[in-house]
Design a protein around this ligand. Structure first.
Ligand SMILES: Nc1ncnc2c1ncn2[C@@H]1O[C@H](COP(=O)(O)OP(=O)(O)OP(=O)(O)O)[C@@H](O)[C@H]1O
Ligand SMILES: [Mg+2]
Ligand SMILES: [Zn+2]
Length: 383
């Protein structure tokens, strides 16, 4: 039987959605990489001291909406309220009616507002009307305002008074990737929680266990590449895994590279090592091979510049390694550190300067390889 293309796409989409939903953390314990935030919320829940206005801010896909929903479960979980054992744990039960409704996103008392498409004063007026009425069945009414930075100035103003004096049954959580765009009048009236990018090591660990559970055959190098490409966002990581798994073939580095459109760090490393060894012949040959393989050289150059920047940073100060833990594994950091140890800082600075210039030329050139080749000859040739 042959299925029409649109059906196949829809099937892939549904599969992707299922995987994505399936692994949304149901407990505070399952939220990765945000330990401080989770501890504070858990302790507040245990002692019955949760606040009424929160701002969760940080990069995309790091758990802001997830944590807001967990907060809603902490507030409304029936068992937590009635069972002292559960209250002590600081986790929702995930079995009661309220927990199940929140997980299924059909609780009447948890209201999610997408500020990106509901930016104006009318939406805030609706919120102000609805927040006055008591919860339908739970103890608290929780308003989650996603992409809060998109609200208009008038909408923010209309929200101020409610934020300052919300009804006793109401909690407002604003989630945003762009904290600076929130007016100070808003931020000063809420408890602020910063969500951090997840480290690559954490992403690799969790992706590996998900892949195992889903019987997705994927090797370590491919996992690493996906985690790096996700740049700290767990949503991006899991979506990439979904997308690649839907090919239905064993996933190795080559497959992952093809789908993420990104060249492996290992290649960048190999190339950087040739450059730093000032081996012009080998570097040009490597570049030609990359071109033959159809590697996107503009992207490769961008990654290379980022990489050399790290080498330079570690050259200047080896303690900076902690800064790169988000994007690199321990092994990778060691590799960069080895290159740094042997490199010359002045040479690195010169390289970076010319590479940055070459990069901007490459972006607009019909011969992407040429500016890079010239930069190589200029820097490695005249020795
Ligand atoms: N810290 C985390 N721990 C575990 N899983 C996470 C984490 N952050 C994100 N995820 C996964 O990514 C999905 C999306 O997360 P979530 O919606 O909470 O991100 P977000 O921070 O609200 O992102 P955005 O700013 O794009 O709205 C979740 O369903 C979950 O599977
Ligand atoms: Mg969100
Ligand atoms: Zn419950």
């Amino acid at each position: 039987m042959r299925l029409p293309k649109s059906t196949i796409f829809r099937m892939i989409f549904v599969m992707a959605q299922a995987l994505y939903r399936k692994y949304r953390p149901k407990k505070l314990d399952e939220v990765l990489g945000q330990e401080t935030n989770i501890e504070i919320l858990r302790n507040a829940a245990k002692s019955g001291r949760l606040g009424q206005a929160y701002i969760f801010h940080g990069p995309r896909g790091t758990g802001k909406t997830t944590t807001a929903r967990l907060l809603a479960k902490l507030l409304n979980c029936e068992k937590r309220r009635t069972d002292p054992e559960f209250a002590k744990r600081g986790e929702p039960c995930n079995e009661c009616r309220e927990c199940l409704a929140i997980d299924a996103q059909n609780s009447f008392d948890v209201i999610e507002i997408d500020a990106a498409s509901n930016r104006g004063i009318d939406e805030i007026r609706n919120l102000k009307e609805s927040i006055k009425t008591s919860p339908a069945s739970a103890t608290s009414k929780v308003y989650i305002i996603d992409e809060a930075h998109m609200l208009t100035g008038a909408a923010f103003n209309a929200l101020l008074k409610t934020l300052e004096e919300p009804p006793a049954h109401a909690v407002i959580v604003m989630a945003t990737t762009e904290y600076e765009k929130l007016p100070a009048t808003i931020t000063s009236r809420a408890q602020r929680f910063t969500f951090k990018k997840l480290s690559k090591t954490v992403i690799i660990g969790r992706l590996a266990s998900i892949a195992k559970e889903e019987r997705i055959a994927i090797d370590a190098a491919a996992l690493e590449l996906i985690a790096a490409a996700a740049e700290g966002s767990f949503r991006d990581a899991i979506s990439l895994l979904d997308q690649i798994a839907s090919l239905g073939i064993p996933i190795d580095l080559a497959v992952a590279e093809r789908v993420t459109g990104r060249t492996g760090l290992k290649k960048i490393n190999e190339f950087a090592a040739l450059i730093l060894a000032k081996d012009l012949k080998a570097a040009l040959a490597y570049l030609a091979a990359l071109g033959d393989d159809g590697v996107n050289l503009v992207q490769f150059m961008r990654d290379l510049i980022h990489y050399l920047r790290k080498v330079l940073s570690l050259k200047v100060n080896p303690a900076l390694a902690v800064v790169f833990e988000k994007e690199l594994t321990r092994d990778e950091i060691q590799t960069v550190a080895r290159l740094a140890a042997d490199a010359d800082a002045e040479f690195l600075v010169r390289l970076l300067r010319t590479f940055i210039r070459a990069y901007s030329e490459m972006r607009y050139s019909p011969f992407a390889a040429v500016p890079l080749e010239i930069a190589l000859v200029e820097n490695l040739g005249a020795q």
